[in-house]
Write a protein that binds this ligand. Structure first.
Ligand code: K1U
Ligand code: ZN
Length: 170
């Protein structure tokens, strides 16, 4: 396994619309393992393949707390099939926008169809942080970063702060 470098804003790669995965094979599983290790090392609770420079529709997540048993989740070609009308607000962060946080409104609940680590089709109904995080990661697959929902002023401030942080080696 390997820890991969994470792409940060304003890298244009983050605006890429990722392509569907063609096969869930050992090469893909190796990337999924590397992404999980990268996410745990960051640390984060989610990671999309584009954040490690791979323009394919793949996400990893683990929402468990430090003292709990890890529960890694892999989402290949995830499709959002339903969202609730009710919204929920969460103070979101992003490994591609380090140390910046903002309140973002999203549907409180959603349903997703996807292929798992073994290529088997699964359906989930997500609520709470699970719903917020998976929608944040799905946005990455469509070239959207959470700061895109902010005013141009707030977005530019966040990008400037990240550029400074990266320049200083943080
Ligand atoms: O960059 C990413 O897409 C991962 C991002 C996921 C996310 C967080 C919060 C709301 C929506 C989506 C992160 O993991 S940021 C880091 C973070 O939230 C965290 C890190 C350590 C422990 C707990 C949370
Ligand atoms: Zn993110």
């Amino acid at each position: 396994m390997a820890i991969l470098p994470i792409v940060t804003v304003p890298d244009p790669l983050l605006k890429t619309i990722s392509k569907p995965v063609e096969a869930v094979d050992d090469d893909l599983r190796s990337l999924m393992d590397d992404m999980l290790e990268t996410m745990y090392a960051a640390p984060g609770i989610g990671l999309a393949a584009i954040q490690v420079g791979q323009p394919i529709r793949l996400l990893v997540m683990d929402l468990t707390e430090e003292e709990q048993e890890p529960d890694p989740q892999f989402y290949v070609n995830p499709v959002l099939t339903w969202t609730s009308e009710e919204l929920a607000t969460y103070n979101e962060g992003c490994l591609s926008v380090p140390e910046q946080f903002a309140d973002i409104d999203r549907p409180a609940e959603c349903k997703i169809t996807f292929l798992d680590y073994n290529g088997v089709e699964q359906n989930i109904h997500a609520k709470g942080l699970f719903s917020t995080c998976i929608q944040h990661e799905l946005d990455h697959l469509n070239g959207i970063v959470f700061i895109d929902y902010l005013s141009p002023l707030k977005k530019n401030m966040a990008v400037r702060k990240v550029k400074k942080l990266v320049k200083e080696g943080g």
